[in-house]
Design a protein around this ligand. Structure first.
Ligand SMILES: Nc1ncnc2c1ncn2[C@@H]1O[C@H](COP(=O)(O)OP(=O)(O)OP(=O)(O)O)[C@@H](O)[C@H]1O
Length: 245
C-alpha cells in the first residue's frame, strides 16, 4: 500500500511506480507509472472500464477488494469526493463537515468551510433538506476542511444537472485557486477536463495514452480556439466521431 518516502518528495506530490491492480485474473492496471507535481490540477479521462476509478481508489487506499502490487506515494493529508455526496442522513450539515476532524476549533473551521462553498447559514440543515448540488457542496466542504494536500475526485459532478455542474466548476476552480491542493479529477466529460484542469491524462487499456498540458488562462471559454483544439485532440484520442462529439 502507500509507501512514504520520508520527505524525498515535495508536499503534495503523487508518485506511482509499476502499479498493478486487477480483479481475479484480469489486470486493469499492469505496471502503471504516474507522477503529479505538487499543486497540479490533473483531470483523468478514459472510456468506461479503462481503470480510472481503480487508479483513484488505489491512490485513496480504498481498494482492499483489488489484487496488486507496486509503489504508491501520496501526501499524508488526502481527501476524496465521490459522485454521490455520501453524507450521514442522521447528522446535520455542520456535523457531516467536521466528522473526523480532530481539532479544538473544528466548529469554526466547519462553519468557514461551509461559507467557502456558499452554504453559510445552512449548518443546522439535515442532508435531505438540501438539493443534490448543495449536498455536493457539503461534500466539498468536508473534503477541504482538513486542508488536504491532495484532493481526489471521482466524477464529483456526474449526477448534477448542466447548470449546477457549471456553477460547481466555478466553485472548484475558486477553491483550488485559494488552497492549491494537488487535484486528481476523474471525469467522463472532455469539456469539464479542459475547463478545469491544467493537465489532462487519457487512460486507455491501463496506460496513459495522452498527457496533455492545457495552456489556457484560468478564465476559460468554450469559444476560445485553443479550447476547441484541446477538445478535438481529446475527443479524437477517445475515438469519438466529430458528429457525435
Ligand atoms: N470490485 C470489482 N470487482 C471486479 N471487477 C471490478 C471491480 N471494480 C472494477 N472492476 C473492473 O475493473 C475494470 C475497470 O473499472 P473502473 O471502475 O476502474 O473503470 P472506470 O474507467 O472508472 O469506468 P467508468 O468510467 O465506467 O466509471 C472494469 O472492467 C470493471 O468491471
Amino acid at each position: 500500500m502507500a509507501t512514504n518516502l520520508g520527505g524525498l518528495t515535495a508536499t503534495g506530490t503523487v508518485r506511482v511506480h509499476r502499479l498493478v491492480r486487477g480483479f481475479g485474473s484480469r489486470a486493469v492496471l499492469d505496471g502503471f507509472d504516474l507522477e503529479i507535481g505538487s499543486g497540479e490540477f490533473v483531470a483523468l479521462l478514459g472510456r468506461s472500464g479503462s481503470g480510472k476509478s481503480t487508479l483513484l481508489r488505489a491512490l485513496a487506499g480504498l481498494d482492499s477488494d483489488a489484487d496488486g502490487s507496486g509503489m504508491i506515494d501520496v501526501p499524508e493529508k488526502s481527501s476524496v469526493v465521490f459522485q454521490d455526496a455520501r453524507l450521514l442522513p442522521w447528522q446535520r450539515v455542520l456535523d457531516n463537515v467536521v466528522l473526523g476532524l480532530r481539532r479544538s476549533n473544528a466548529h469554526e473551521r466547519g462553519l468557514a468551510a461551509l461559507a467557502e462553498v456558499g452554504l453559510a447559514g445552512r449548518e443546522n440543515a439535515w442532508p435531505n433538506e438540501l438539493s443534490g448540488g448543495e449536498q455536493q457542496r457539503v461534500a466539498l466542504a468536508r473534503a477541504l476542511v482538513s486542508e488536504p494536500e491532495l484532493l481526489l475526485a471521482d466524477e464529483p459532478f456526474g449526477a448534477l444537472d448542466a447548470l449546477t455542474r457549471l456553477r460547481m466548476h466555478d466553485l472548484l476552480r475558486e477553491l483550488y485557486a485559494r488552497h492549491r491542493p494537488t487535484v486528481l479529477l476523474v471525469t467522463h466529460d472532455v469539456d469539464e477536463a479542459v475547463t478545469l484542469a491544467d493537465r489532462v491524462l487519457l487512460l486507455d487499456s491501463g496506460r496513459i495514452a495522452v498527457d496533455l498540458t492545457i495552456d489556457l488562462p484560468a478564465q476559460r471559454s468554450h469559444r476560445q480556439p485553443q479550447f476547441l483544439a484541446y477538445r478535438e485532440t481529446l475527443l479524437r484520442a477517445l475515438g469519438v466521431n466529430h458528429s457525435e462529439g
